[in-house]
Design a protein around this ligand. Structure first.
Ligand SMILES: Nc1ncnc2c1ncn2[C@@H]1O[C@H](COP(=O)(O)OP(=O)(O)OP(=O)(O)O)[C@@H](O)[C@H]1O
Ligand SMILES: [Mg+2]
Length: 247
């Protein structure tokens, strides 16, 4: 369904991504993990064209795009099929929860307002926020704001949703309400790529894990083998540190 091939990105002389390859199949829930500064966010930003890759190919639904030379028309085409949820929600502060969810439908998809509101209310219901539809982001908790962001991502019915540490800005007690919504999406078979430091979540719900460090994929495997039988020394050390912190 989606494939990233040999993605490279440097900032001046610093090579942040040194040739990343990822294959995503429909229904995959891929967890991307790894130490800070490894290039996880840069990877997602290159796929979302917030950063321009220096090299690399994106194959999406059998169509091939050169990430270093992609034009606006192709970017728009890919953006139509993808959605992103970031660490800091990125909601419009002057719009209500419902307006945040329906904005993309009304402006980008030209869905009429009544229909967009209907879709929006259903999605807010799905993330447990139907009764908060008329509140502004400043009136919502962090976990609620992130659930609005997830409802917004779902609104345009994307083929794949990318998450970048969706819970890392949240207090412990709010993390689970967001993870629970994400688990629901996994159950529904929505294809997702999730950058996360929540390794127990990754272990529980992903089907594949990619471990990135220093701009390279150090190890990738199906989730079970990744956690039970890591092959690389670096992976073992990373997992050990995590297990020690969570004891
Ligand atoms: N705009 C930029 N200019 C210069 N260097 C950058 C820029 N963006 C990222 N980098 C560098 O690229 C490297 C990878 O950063 P990135 O944010 O992708 O890491 P990460 O894996 O997401 O880390 P974290 O887990 O802390 O979020 C870092 O060394 C970072 O300093
Ligand atoms: Mg990051």
């Amino acid at each position: 369904m989606l494939e990233v091939r040999n993605l490279k990105k440097s900032f001046e002389k610093y090579e942040a991504l040194k040739g990343i390859n990822i294959t995503v199949k429909k229904g995959d829930m891929i967890a991307i993990i790894g130490p800070s500064g490894g290039g996880k966010t840069t990877l997602l930003r290159c796929i979302n064209f917030l950063e321009k890759a220096d090299e690399g190919t994106l194959v999406f639904d059998d169509e091939k795009f050169n990430l270093a030379k992609i034009n606006d028309k192709d970017i728009a085409k890919i953006r139509k099929k993808t959605a992103f949820v970031f660490q800091n929600y990125n909601l419009f502060l002057n719009k209500t929860a419902l307006q945040n969810v329906t904005e993309g439908l009304i402006v980008a998809r030209h869905v009429n307002k009544n229909r967009a509101d209907e879709i929006g209310m259903n999605l807010l219901d799905k993330v447990g926020l139907k009764d908060k539809y008329n509140l502004y982001p400043s009136q919502l908790s962090g976990g609620q704001q992130q659930r609005v962001a997830i409802a917004r991502a779902l609104a345009t019915n994307p083929e794949i949703i990318f998450f970048d540490e969706p819970t890392s800005a949240l207090d412990t007690e709010l993390i689970n309400e967001v993870l629970d919504v994400m688990k629901e999406l996994v159950k529904e078979g929505i294809t997702m790529i999730v950058v996360t430091h929540e390794l127990s979540f990754a272990r529980e719900v992903s089907n594949k894990v990619v471990f990135i460090e220093d701009g390279r994929i150090i190890e990738e495997n199906n989730t079970r083998d990744f956690f039970e039988n890591p092959k690389e020394q670096r992976t073992k050390e990373f997992l050990k540190k995590f297990l020690n912190n969570n004891r």
